[in-house]
Design a protein around this ligand. Structure first.
Ligand code: 1HE
Length: 264
């Protein structure tokens, strides 16, 4: 499928919509294959977030989310450089997963290899029916290097990741939704709007709640139960005694807060 060249030559574009920072992968002519400048720019953006940014949305200027690692870069690295390259991706994706603000990914088209690793580092994933998931590393004779072997088994299980890499199996958007890759499956052309709505919502959470969800919950889930319970008690107490929580609790008790009802 023909795609126009990126109007702006930067591989990653940013724009603000209120408290939400929108990050657009912008190498449509290479299907958003992620080269060094792309990954470095994502790292720079996360390291220099304005303090009033309260949520982030990843989207694409292509019909694809990302074709993964820019394979042309793999042919020029020796062993030490290759290890450091992978560690560089780890560092940047860590800043996404364990940063200050929630990150929502709006997915469509190819979500492949490193693109799926990037999506897995985000906190919430919204997919359109065109989205499909693949790990062609197996066919290319390589291995995931952007944290995929850590994050993806937690999302879909070792056995499914193994199947994808061994046999080249792909999952459709529908399958990805059933397996838990995406949290939301929306209509064609609707992922960005839905991601923006969700980002707005999470931006309105108490900062301590978002901190607990981003930093404590994944650690508690992987801790031994005894450590998990104590961590949970500490986190719960830090959250509930914070002024923002106290205000929200008073709002409910004094009938100023909405009730919890089923959503559409
Ligand atoms: C690329 C890449 C890339 C496209 N690296 N250049 N990822 C893959 O193995 C996926 C490889 N890509 C594809 O399977 C297809 O490109 C797509 C299904 C994503 C899109 O197909 P299509 O028909 O829309 O585009 P195209 O014609 O295949 O590609 C357009 C251009 O992008 C073309 O370059 P051109 O100079 O001939 O125009 C492609 O070569 C180029 N291109 N994908 C480099 N990935 C941290 S470790 C992570 C390891 C991985 O991610 S491995 C998975 C790699």
């Amino acid at each position: 499928m023909a795609e126009a060249s990126s109007a702006n030559s930067s591989p990653v574009l940013t724009r603000r919509e209120g408290r939400v920072l929108v990050i657009t992968l912008n190498r449509p002519e290479k299907r958003n294959a992620m080269n060094d400048p792309t990954v470095q720019e994502i790292g720079r953006i996360f390291a220099t977030l304005d303090s009033d940014v309260a949520a982030i949305v990843f989207t694409t200027s292509s019909v694809h989310f990302s074709a993964g690692l820019d394979l042309s870069e793999l042919t020029v690295r020796d062993l030490p450089e290759s290890i450091m390259h992978s560690r560089g991706w780890h560092k940047v994706f860590e800043t996404i997963q364990f940063g200050r603000v929630p990150v929502v990914a709006a997915l469509k088209g190819a979500v492949i290899g490193g693109g799926l690793e990037l999506a897995a580092a985000c906190h919430i994933r919204v997919a359109e029916p065109s989205a499909y998931y693949a790990l062609p590393e197996g066919q290319r004779g390589i291995f995931v290097g952007g944290g995929g072997s850590v994050r993806l088994p937690r999302l879909i299980g070792v056995h499914r990741m193994m199947d994808m890499m061994m046999t080249g199996r792909t999952f459709s958007a529908q399958e990805g939704q059933q397996l838990g890759i995406s949290n939301y499956l929306v209509g064609e052309g609707e992922a960005l709007d839905k991601a923006m709505q969700l980002a707005e919502k999470v931006a309105g959470n108490a900062p301590m709640t978002n901190f607990a969800l981003i930093h404590a919950l994944p650690r508690i889930a992987e801790a031994d139960p005894a450590s998990g319970y104590i961590l949970e008690s500490l986190m719960a107490s830090a959250a509930s005694t914070a002024p923002e929580a106290q205000k929200r609790l008073r709002d409910f008790l004094e009938k100023r807060a909405g009730k919890i009802v089923p959503q559409d």
